[in-house]
Design a protein around this ligand. Structure first.
Ligand SMILES: C[S@@+](CC[C@H](N)C(=O)[O-])C[C@H]1O[C@@H](n2cnc3c(N)ncnc32)[C@H](O)[C@@H]1O
Length: 274
């Protein structure tokens, strides 16, 4: 494992969470990839790297945007997350302009200076050891005129969901979980202003709807897959009880309004090399 990376238990949780999230996002009212494109305007023929690409959700879209003359590299710590590479390969099997590489964002990349038109990292930068070093590395890898797009959770992401968890468990958010929520504000934004010539900060709110009985089931699956649930290790023996109570409370909302809503709040940073 690379220095500072998480334990394999955490990696597996992140992977499961990632897969469940992409299912859950089908019920969202805002499309993350479309929003990204409004920020960075990927064109045909461009060369892109997506860091922390997971199962390839963004890579798949970027592949279409750059077309046959462009190229997309998807980087992730594949060798540390069992099954992730297979998932990405399956999703991207029909694409011919994609390369998946097993590489941690916590260490320098092997590519030459000025290789990429665009570098993106979605819901991943808060896992690296040294955000400043990563951003410097992205700047090195960008061509002149290149841009970088980073998106991660805002400090108040899914606030209502976490508040419900707190109410049910009577526990504060796990420390490393809440720290991660603040990393965009506290570390990434200041470092971006220091390193890049121009920075645009844009908020994004995505409502994810869970409707009827199916919705309640999906919320339970989502809750159990989140690191929030996984990381509550001090309360291992009580986790099923928490999940049951969590779902009971969600059901009350669904009975009243027909649905439960998670408000995913994110912050996007568009960073210009020059
Ligand atoms: C929440 S997922 C996001 C995946 C994808 N970008 C998306 O938005 O659907 C975070 C991803 O970051 C990856 N990751 C974690 N630490 C990493 C590191 N040091 N270098 C590269 N990727 C990393 C995880 O394996 C996981 O696939």
């Amino acid at each position: 494992m690379t220095s500072g990376a998480r334990s394999s238990q955490e990696e597996v949780s992140a992977h499961i969470g990632n897969v469940v999230r992409s299912e859950v996002n089908k019920n969202a009212d805002y499309n993350l990839e479309e929003w990204i494109q409004t920020r960075i305007h990927i064109s045909k023929g461009e060369t892109i790297m997506d860091v922390g690409c997971g199962n390839g959700k963004q890579v798949e879209v970027f592949s279409d945007l750059v077309g046959d003359n462009g190229k997309v590299i998807g980087a992730d710590i594949f060798s540390q997350v069992p099954g992730l590479l297979g998932k990405a390969q399956e999703k991207l099997s029909k694409k011919t302009n994609i390369e998946l590489i097993d590489h941690s964002a916590s260490v320098p990349f092997p590519q030459n200076d000025e290789t990429f038109d665009v570098i993106t990292s979605c819901y991943s930068i808060y896992y690296v050891d040294d955000v400043r070093a990563s951003l410097r590395e992205y700047k090195r890898l960008l061509k002149n005129g290149g841009r970088c797009f980073i998106v991660g959770p805002a400090w108040d992401n899914s606030r209502e969901f976490y508040d419900l968890n707190q109410d049910v468990t009577k526990q504060d958010l796990p420390r490393n979980f809440s720290d991660r929520l603040w990393r965009i504000n506290n570390e990434v934004i200041p470092a971006a202003y220091e390193i890049f010539a121009r920075v645009e900060v844009s908020p994004f709110v995505n409502r994810v709807f869970f409707e009827g009985d199916e919705g309640v089931k999906a919320v339970e699956e989502y809750y159990r897959a989140t690191l929030l649930f996984q990381e509550d290790s001090e309360q291992q023996d009580k986790r099923d009880k928490f999940a049951k109570e969590f779902v009971r409370r969600v059901q009350i909302d669904v009975d009243k309004t027909g649905r439960y809503i998670i408000y995913k709040r994110a912050i996007g940073l568009t960073l210009y090399k020059d």
